[in-house]
Structure formats: C-alpha cells, structure tokens
Write a protein that binds this ligand. Structure first.
Ligand code: 48F
Length: 257
C-alpha cells in the first residue's frame, strides 16, 4: 500500500542515516553560517561530518540579515568563499559586497549537504562525551523533549573532534568548563565573554580566535568570539565564513595526516 510505503521510505532511510553517523570524524554543534561552511569543507575533504541544530531550520542568524532586513554584507577577503558557494552578489564600494540573506543561507546549507555532510535538525546537543580529559563526542536529544522538560534520556554520538558553532552563547565550551572544571585555552581559562561591537576588530579577531580550545574541542564563529572575549561585529558575515573555513582547514590538516 502506498501509505505504508511512504512511511517505510522515511523510517528506514532515516535510521540508516542516523546509524551511519553514530561514529564521526567531526561533530559540529550549531548550524549557523560558520558551522555550515566548516561542514562543507570537511565533507568535501572526505571526512565523516554531521551537524546538529536545535531549530527546525538551521542557518542561525543569517536568514534575517540585520533587524530582519534580509540583506547581508560581506567584505572582499571572504569573497572567494561566497564564489565557491555560487551566491549572487553586488559590489557596494569600499571593498564590501551585498547579497540576499535567504539565497546565501540556503546556498550554504545546500552545498554542505550536497558535499556529504549530514544535517540533523531539531537536535539539541545537551552535553559532550568527555573521556580521559578530552572531548570525544556529543550527547543529543530532541529539542521538543528538552523544551517540554520531558524526562527522556539522550543518545550518544562519538566524534574524533567536536566543533562548538553555537553562536553567542558558546554553549559547548561553557558546558565543558562548567561540568568538568576544564581549563580552556583562553586568557582566563574559561569563557571570557563577547565584548561590545567593533566591526573591524571583531571580524579580524573572530578568525584569530577560531582554534582548538580544549583537547578535542574547537570553536568557530560567534562562539569563538565569546570564548576568547573579542568584540561582536554585527551583520557583516565575512568573518563567520572565514572562521568556518579556518576551523575546517585546521581539522583537515590534523585528521587527514
Ligand atoms: O548564532 P549562529 O548564527 O552562529 P554563527 O555561525 O553566526 C553568527 C551570526 O549569525 C551572527 C553574527 C555575525 O555577524 O553575529 O549572529 O556563530 O547560529 C548558531 C546555531 O547554533 C544552534 C542555534 O539553533 C543556531 O542555529 N545551537 C545553539 N546551541 C545549540 C544549537 C545546541 N546546544 N545544540 C544544537 N544547536
């Protein structure tokens, strides 16, 4: 019967997909622009990568441009990445380019999945797997389960490295520090906290702050900014794309040795 065939198609292939992703090279927490760019380059390099986002529609803060004016701005230094994803753009002077935020976000997501990354939406990462003083995976649960406060245990997924791409709250780095008394590779040993807005410094420093901050745990995007205490930069997205590419390049160099 067609009705059950439809259900079978979904259930059997979904559980195949989940099972294939229980042991990963890279688990990316958060589906914002930095994490999606990282997913794309990691998958393109042939690594097993999955990305988990608690929302129904991953994409983080990129869909809405600024104040829901759905345009974004990107500077010259990041334009190679924009071209790699085939996004339309228009020059706006002073080395800046504008593009449609909906086209940009959907292009990032499309290319990441097409390159071989698996995106699990509606998944919240509530903890990490922490063994022998290193981060070794993620602990996931359905977002609606957590929102409802239901008493349901999560599932565990192992990964050789984990990327915290959770944005302004740097949730994973904060969890690792808080729960395990872990000393992060930052000035204070903890999450320093993002500073107020400075576009130039923010864009530059977010890329510098993109690194391994604890054995097995990397940060990218606004999570990198929050962890290292660098300024926010507002709705210019080049730093997010470059941060995603940098974290991917570092991990590829390490895991492909
Ligand atoms: O914040 P977000 O867009 O990440 P980003 O890559 O980009 C930041 C920019 O959008 C913007 C900015 C730059 O100019 O300031 O804000 O740093 O997206 C983070 C994603 O992570 C998900 C969340 O739903 C969002 O889509 N997320 C956060 N915590 C968790 C999570 C979690 N614990 N588990 C799963 N997903």
């Amino acid at each position: 019967m067609i009705e059950t065939k439809v259900s079978q198609g979904i259930v059997s292939t979904y559980f195949d997909k989940l099972q294939k992703n229980l042991e990963l090279d890279v688990a990316i927490v958060g589906g914002g622009p930095s994490g999606i760019v990282a997913a794309y380059y990691l998958a393109k390099a042939g690594l097993r990568v999955a990305q988990f986002d608690r929302k129904l529609a991953p994409g983080g803060g990129m869909w809405g441009g600024a104040m829901m004016f759905n345009q974004i701005v990107i500077q010259e230094e990041a334009m190679d990445i924009v071209r790699e994803f085939g996004i339309n753009y228009a020059p706006f002077g002073e080395g800046l380019y504008v593009m449609d935020s909906v086209e940009s976000t959907s292009a990032l997501l499309y290319h990441a999945v097409h390159a071989g990354a698996t995106v699990f939406n509606c998944y919240s990462v509530e903890d990490v797997v922490y063994k022998e003083n290193r981060v070794s995976g993620v602990v996931v649960n359905w977002t609606p389960v957590l929102r409802e406060g239901l008493h349901v245990d999560p599932l565990n997924i192992l990964a050789r490295v984990v990327i915290d791409g959770t944005g302004h709250d740097s949730e994973i780095a904060a969890t690792v520090a808080r729960k395990n008394g872990a000393r992060l590779n930052t000035e204070t040993g903890g999450v320093v906290g993002e500073r107020s807005l400075d576009v130039t410094a923010g864009e530059d420093e977010v890329v510098k702050g993109t690194k391994e901050i604890y054995p097995g745990l990397y940060v990218c995007g606004m999570a990198a900014s929050a962890v290292s205490g660098t300024p926010r930069m507002g709705p210019i997205f080049g730093g997010m794309l470059m941060s995603g590419k940098k974290v991917a390049d570092e991990i590829i160099a390490r895991l492909k040795k």
